[in-house]
Ligand binder design. Sequence first.
Ligand code: SF4
Length: 178
Amino acid sequence: MGNILTSAFDEIYNFARANSLWPLTFATSCCGIEMMSTACADYDIARFGSEIFRGSPRQADLLIVAGTITQKAAPALLKLYEQMAEPKYVIAMGACACTGGMFKNDSYSVVYGVDKIIPVDIYLPMCPPKPEALLDALMKLQEKIKSETVEHRRKYLAENKPKLLYNQDVLLKEKLLN
Ligand code: SF4
């Protein structure tokens, strides 16, 4: 009986969370333009309950990393993530956010994938992903949320703690941390 109640509660809880993801207004480069387009009338992200882009991380539970992240910006990204409310989710939007993209081979200043810093739920490659692709990533995230339990999520977060291992020595030297 207890299990039936728990899973019924999880289902309701997940349904509400999946259909009311509030993204943080955060973009660093060209992919951000596609993210902004997704919120416009043509694509209408409001159909998925995610039209409320928040200016404060404390009011957001979805971080769409739209654009290139430099090592200098890495501590700011981590801080924003840590200030977001739990449960929180991350979409890495674009080749740059997923792997460093076109900068991967010859740039000393770009982070080669934001999963070096924060846990990523959905990877959305392409350069840039179109608004339709971002909506598809959002639907995949909704499916993921609907299929997990609170326990699953706790375990996932315990195993994927945010970290700033990427060239931490360089960042410390430049006093970009703390
Ligand atoms: S993936 Fe392409 S469009 Fe997106 S930030 Fe990188 S270079 Fe720009």
